[in-house]
Design a protein. Structure first.
Length: 231
């Protein structure tokens, strides 16, 4: 029985790895590049703003440090919004697919905060108890969105405390860990998106592309928080 479980796990890993390495058709590749470039741009801007704020803090330039944190908070929200838009588009389009791609469990070591690590561990345990590929796919969408949303909320709370001058070392260190959570969600989302595009039927590419682009263009305040239906 254990041997069978290990074999299945290896097969899942192999399927995801092959999907990641395989080249997408041009129409699908354009959608993938659109999402990947936008996510990486958001993450890079957030990283630069946070690094600047940390440098100002190290130099005891408190006013500039607080301004940098305020910018970082807005950029963290933008990144989470883009992640949500992609996960929402994938989840909605996935309802129309006969088969969805295999996904791998989250690794807790890849996250920066204890809260995200705990959520990833629970998700990993549940991942192995869910028998259907669709069930694992849907649960991973939900967990990624939840981690990104929670990380952004805590990032904004810590940033607000710093702006008010009521923060210590812990708040600054928390920002670094929360940024790590968001970056891990970004990488997992990119991998999941490519796997999804591989199984997306050609006749659905246009519809999915519209969902993806409309979602990413929608103002953050107009977005409802996405929560895929459990299966």
């Amino acid at each position: 029985m254990l041997f069978g479980w290990i074999t299945k796990l290896r097969e899942r890993r192999r399927a995801v790895l092959q999907s990641w390495r395989a080249r997408l058709p041009e129409e699908k590749l354009r959608l993938f590049d659109l999402a990947e470039v936008e996510l990486n741009a958001c993450s890079t801007m957030l990283g630069v703003a946070l690094d600047d704020a940390l440098s100002f803090r190290a130099d005891r330039r408190w006013s500039q440090a607080r301004e940098g944190v305020a910018v970082s908070s807005a950029l963290a929200d933008r990144l989470a919004d883009r992640l949500e838009a992609i996960l929402e588009a994938v989840g909605e389009q996935g309802k129309h697919l006969v088969a969805v791609p295999e996904v791998l469990p989250l690794h807790s070591d890849f996250f920066g905060t204890a809260a995200a690590q705990s959520r990833a561990r629970r998700s990993s345990i549940l991942h192995e108890t869910v028998l259907s590929i669709r069930g694992r796919f849907t649960k991973k969408l939900r967990v990624l969105n939840a981690v990104a949303e929670e990380a952004t909320r805590h990032f904004q709370d810590k940033a607000a405390a710093i702006a008010e001058g009521a923060a210590g070392v812990d708040e600054w260190e928390a920002l670094i860990a929360l940024h790590s959570d968001l970056d891990t969600c970004l990488l997992e989302t990119i991998i999941l998106l490519k796997s999804f595009l591989h199984v997306l039927p050609p006749e659905q590419v246009g519809d999915f592309g519209k969902k993806l682009q409309d979602g990413m263009a929608r103002p953050a305040l107009a977005r409802r928080r996405y929560s895929p239906v459990s299966t």
